[in-house]
Design a protein around this ligand. Structure first.
Ligand code: NDP
Ligand code: A1CAB
Length: 288
């Protein structure tokens, strides 16, 4: 039977926010079968229990069971922090078969560094940059593939992340800027929302009303861009009456270099992804 999302065994190595976002996206959209999903981490058993209770996935705790969960998987998802990447990928080295697909969600970590830690270029690797909105089926994921990834495995990876949102296949070099735009992006919007809510409260609204109005405003604005097909700049102009309230607000934002600050933030996140990747690469080389 060809490998697909409906029959693939998927093991998550790492059970944090990102693993949960993908698992929730996969299972709540009815695409991934919880019975085929196993999660493991280093030590936090209560976390594994919680994931089992919530999503019906299996987990492995004992070393032999963890090794078994990796060995039996069609897809192994590396979902640990960049600082744990060398330890985590090194531990996979003796366990992975060349037929298994390794998916990394680790910011900045290049496939060439993974290949160097695994001592092979033959392992099929998909490097991804998802975001936490995958948990509600509204994720935005960038993907790139190494040459060893088969057509079937490419489709499986695209299907896996498409089940939790949109997928854009990019050259690996672009994944750092994908991180800057959409990987870290939800945090910029939350930051903006925090500030809007604060403004509402300072102006006299109750915290609940300020939050409700802010949430609906952000939802509505994103949906307007999506559904009208109009550019954000066009939609902005439609809100902005000459000499009106929006103009006054935007002038205040401009006086604080809002637009430049956001653009710089996106580029800085991308640069930081590169730094994280470079640090892992340097450390991996020094351990050879
Ligand atoms: N959070 C986000 O918005 C996004 C994160 N990412 C990427 O996802 C990755 C994970 O981030 P996030 O989920 O936030 O991190 P968390 O800190 O929430 O989770 C990390 C998990 O990795 C586990 N872990 C660490 N080392 C190992 C190991 N050697 N073997 C098995 N499990 C291990 C930890 O287990 P234990 O607790 O037992 O130590 C924990 O379950 C990062 O590399 C990040 O760059 C990508 C896109 C968005
Ligand atoms: O902050 C981070 O490093 C991770 C990667 C993208 C979002 N969160």
């Amino acid at each position: 039977m060809p490998l697909s999302l409906s029959n693939a065994m998927i093991t998550f190595v790492g059970a944090g926010s990102m693993a949960e976002a993908i698992i929730r996206g996969l299972t709540s959209q009815g695409q991934g079968d919880p019975a085929r999903i196993t999660v493991l981490n280093r030590q936090d058993r209560s976390r594994l229990n919680a994931l089992q209770q919530t999503y019906g996935v299996s987990y492995a705790v004992e070393p032999a069971d963890k090794d078994g969960a990796i060995a039996q998987a069609d897809v192994v998802v590396a979902a640990f922090k960049p600082k744990d990447a060398i330890e985590g990928i090194t531990a996979l080295r003796p366990l992975l078969r060349r037929s298994q697909l390794l998916i990394s969600v680790i910011a900045g970590l290049s496939t060439s560094t993974i290949q160097s830690i695994l001592h092979t270029t033959d392992q099929p690797i998909v490097r991804t940059m998802p975001n936490t909105s995958s948990s509600i089926g509204l994720g935005a994921t960038g993907l790139s593939f190494t040459a060893a990834v088969s057509e079937e495995q490419r489709q499986l990876a695209v299907d896996m992340f498409s089940s939790a949102g949109i997928v854009t296949v990019v050259e690996e070099a672009q994944l750092d800027i994908v991180t800057g735009v959409s990987g870290s992006g939800p945090a910029y919007i939350y930051y903006m929302m925090e500030a809007m809510i604060e403004g509402g409260i300072r102006g006299g609204l109750s915290p609940e009303a300020a939050k409700q109005l802010t949430v609906q405003t952000v939802l509505g604005a994103a949906k307007m861009v999506e559904l009208t097909g109009e550019e954000p700049s066009q939609l902005r102009r439609k809100v902005t009456s000459p000499n009106g309230t929006t103009q006054a607000a935007l002038e205040t934002l401009q006086s604080h270099d809002f637009s430049a600050a956001v653009t710089k933030a996106v580029l800085r996140a991308a640069e930081r992804a590169g730094e994280l990747g470079q640090a892992i690469s340097t450390q991996a080389s020094s351990q050879k």
